[in-house]
Design a protein around this ligand. Structure first.
Ligand code: XIL
Length: 371
């Protein structure tokens, strides 16, 4: 009797709390603006923890795989494909009525080692790499046909100075690898959206190079639906330049997606925010100042910066079709290990207790007040 009373009491409290919080979720508030997405790892996709599942379901209208659809994961050996985790993500999204974004088909990082080498360890020829790229794209895009809304076809092909990244794809195939990748993806699924995705998009040189690439793709008759601005930003990211890039991409005739949003509060070793995956620096205590919690003034700085970002997105909601956070909670963020391993960062919308940061309510109100 007593136990039943306690259970009933607890259920009532939870109901009362949910009711008192009232307000809309991000998913509801942004419903008529753009998709609001989250990158998930497989542990989050498969967990039975009802709080995690509710957070994913209620707050987001779109999901993307943080790792499990990357080439090294889906084709660890030539001709051996593993779609298990990607399928689980699609199952969850379908249950939740969320759009799945495929990330990513052609990227120098997290590419399987065998991709660029023959069985004797020698670099493959241009023809062989084109064939491997084609087989990979056909198989992966083909597998997820009808379940994935759009693919990051090529990831990070351009450097901050506007030059092509000298990746194995570039060195072995030449700059045409980009066009070929888009062409193969379109052949594999004529209905799927196709995106180019990159970081450091506030750089004017990179902006120009990406615009040129988009125009070149279009001139060759390739489908490209959107440019993805990863947006691994910091307090020193120049928002005027960032907005100019967003505008320049839209003016080039594509939609814009904010694909990997996170806002680090930690010092960056070189004073230059990017996401070059190969970057890594030694741990130093002074580079990890908030292990005991985020001070109120830093939280405020983050709230203000996120409000500025969403002000940009909402003002451009005709062109922006998705904004995706690169992770669910601060505890899971890759930023805790990049570019320095083992730090305590606070880059995302939900904190380590899965509670929304103050800016979440602010951006929900901004969305509701936006025309
Ligand atoms: C990151 C993941 O978050 C990490 O878990 C993984 O160890 C490395 O890759 N740009 C991208 C993403 O396009 O795929 C990267 O994701 C972050 C930078």
């Amino acid at each position: 009797m007593k136990k039943r009373f306690v259970v009933l009491g607890a259920a009532f409290c939870m109901f009362a709390m949910a009711f008192a919080e009232g307000g809309k979720t991000m998913r509801e508030a942004f419903a008529d603006k753009f998709l609001i997405g989250v990158a998930l790892n497989t542990r989050q996709v498969t967990t039975k923890n009802p709080e995690v599942q509710a957070l994913i379901r209620d707050q987001f209208s779109s999901v993307v795989a943080e790792n499990c659809m990357k080439a090294a994961e889906v084709q660890p050996e030539e001709g051996v494909f593993d779609f298990t985790d990607g399928d689980k993500l699609c199952d969850l999204a379908e249950k939740n009525g969320q759009a799945v974004i495929g990330h990513c088909l052609v990227w120098h990082s997290q590419a399987p080692r065998w991709m660029f080498r023959d069985k004797d360890g020698k670099q493959v020829s241009r023809e062989v790499l084109i064939q491997r790229m084609k087989d990979h794209i056909y198989k992966v895009v083909g597998h997820f046909k009808g379940r994935v809304k759009g693919w990051d076809v090529v990831n990070e092909a351009i450097e901050g100075n506007g030059e092509f990244r000298k990746s194995p794809y570039y060195r072995i195939i030449g700059p045409e690898f980009i066009r070929l990748a888009f062409q193969f993806a379109h052949e594999a699924d004529p209905n799927v959206e196709l995106y180019y995705n990159d970081y450091g998009m506030d750089s004017p040189r990179k902006r120009e190079a990406v615009v040129k690439m988009v125009k070149d793709l279009k001139a060759h008759g390739c489908r490209i639906d959107a440019v993805g601005m990863q947006s691994h930003v910091g307090f020193d990211t120049p928002l005027d330049e960032y907005e100019k890039s967003l505008e320049a991409f839209a003016a080039a005739g594509v939609k814009v997606m904010v694909t990997e949003l996170d806002l680090s509060v930690l010092p960056w070793p070189k004073g230059n925010y990017g996401a070059a995956i190969e970057t890594n620096f030694d741990y130093k205590k002074e580079m990890d100042p908030y292990t005991e919690g985020l001070p109120a003034d830093k939280q405020k700085e983050q709230d203000d910066f996120y409000a500025k970002l969403f002000d940009i997105y909402l003002r451009h909601s005709e062109d922006v079709t998705r904004v995706t956070f690169w992770g669910l909670t601060d505890a899971d963020s890759w930023k805790n290990n990049f570019p320095v391993r083992g730090r305590t960062d606070y880059p995302l919308a939900f904190d380590r207790d899965m509670k929304p940061k103050p800016f979440v309510n602010t951006i929900i109100e901004m969305a509701e007040n936006a025309k």
